[in-house]
Design a protein around this ligand. Structure first.
Ligand SMILES: NC(=O)c1ccc[n+]([C@@H]2O[C@H](COP(=O)([O-])OP(=O)(O)OC[C@H]3O[C@@H](n4cnc5c(N)ncnc54)[C@H](OP(=O)(O)O)[C@@H]3O)[C@@H](O)[C@H]2O)c1
Length: 313
């Protein structure tokens, strides 16, 4: 039986008693998920971006199983998350199939990457069916729970999103989301089919006015806002900056936590519709990230961090 969060005001960094429901739940369409999820991109390798050295296979499998044991039921992935020897989808399938009934796997399509790892520009709308089917094969599923259209800088996403809406109608996809979009793209997609989540870069020290607006719009409309690089912040694909700064470190110390936990807690406290998908291949970091769901920052701490965030503009 899944353990419940027991010490909601005292994350104690690595307490095994804190589970992914500590920050509550949210619905992606009809699918309920704990607000602390897991991003699978980092499972395939540890160097900058996911072209790095292959991960230790057994460790990646163990991290995935531990995540589910800790109550994580929202995993973010993509068929294009692979390094020379590792595929995030294959690792998820090997570690977790047959999948728990409540596990929601969110994948994304849009970028084009060939078998050698070279990036092309964007998949054409007529290629998206093949990309969706590739995810279905790799994950061993007949339907994908949620598929995000990852925008590749195109001005309009109507054609691509329309192609995914057809695949949803055909039963290959349950729910749709969008990623790396501006508010106008969200509206464009919503005119075609319902959108259950928006996945954009967002985190402490990564302030962008249009993303702040999207965060607000999603909250008003009951759409999940799912930031990537919430831990890495400005470091993005290269991971967290070596120095988090005095303010973040001081707040972490006050909660007997870590700067990464403070970053996650700050992100989650932006609204009940904000979901976290921290990515790690490190089992200790996984436990800390799940425990961050129990860390409650005070109003004063939020104000201090908000000020830092705004300065980053
Ligand atoms: N839609 C998109 O375009 C898009 C783009 C990028 C990512 N994503 C998704 O978003 C997820 C999150 O992004 P991400 O994994 O790149 O960034 P992230 O979660 O913000 O940060 C991951 C980085 O932080 C480190 N880290 C994680 N937990 C830590 C902790 N408790 N203490 C210290 N360091 C920690 C990781 O290294 P260790 O492995 O050493 O812990 C890794 O270098 C991805 O996994 C992917 O699923 C989506």
């Amino acid at each position: 039986m899944r353990r419940r969060a027991r010490c909601a005001h005292d994350p104690r960094m690595t307490s095994p008693t804190i589970t992914a429901d500590a920050a509550g739940t949210w619905k992606l369409g009809d699918l309920s998920v704990n607000r602390i999820g897991f991003g699978a991109m980092r499972l395939t390798g540890s160097a900058a971006f996911h072209l790095g050295r292959p991960s230790e296979r057994e460790q990646s499998i163990a991290v995935l199983r531990k995540a589910v044991e800790l109550g994580v039921n929202h995993i973010d992935t993509a068929a294009f998350y692979f390094s020379s020897l590792r595929s995030a989808n294959e690792l998820i399938n090997s570690a977790l199939a047959p999948y728990p009934d409540d596990l929601v796997i969110v994948t994304k399509v849009g970028p084009f990457r060939d078998c050698s790892g070279e990036w092309g520009t964007s998949a054409r709308p007529d290629q998206l069916r093949g990309h969706v089917e590739e995810n279905l094969r790799q994950l061993g599923r007949d339907q994908l729970d949620v598929v995000n259209l990852r925008r590749m800088r195109q001005d309009s996403i109507a054609e691509h999103f329309g192609a995914l809406a057809e695949l949803r109608d055909a039963g290959l996809i349950r729910h749709l989301g969008v990623s790396d979009v501006e508010p106008r793209h969200l509206a464009e997609a919503q005119a075609i089919a319902p959108v259950v989540c928006v996945q954009n870069q967002y985190g402490l020290h990564a302030h962008r006015p249009q993303t702040e607006e999207l965060l607000r719009i999603c909250g008003e409309q009951g759409i999940a806002f799912v930031p990537f690089y919430a831990v890495a912040g400005k470091g993005g694909p290269h991971g967290p900056a070596a120095d988090d700064g005095d303010e973040v470190r001081a707040i972490a110390r006050a909660h007997a936590g870590t700067p990464a936990q403070v970053r996650l807690a700050w992100t989650l406290q932006q609204g009940p519709h904000v979901l976290a998908i921290p990515g790690t291949g490190n089992p200790d970091h996984l436990v800390q990230n799940v425990a961050a769901g129990a860390l409650r920052l005070t109003d004063d701490e939020m104000a201090r961090l908000d000020a830092l965030h705004r300065q980053a503009e």
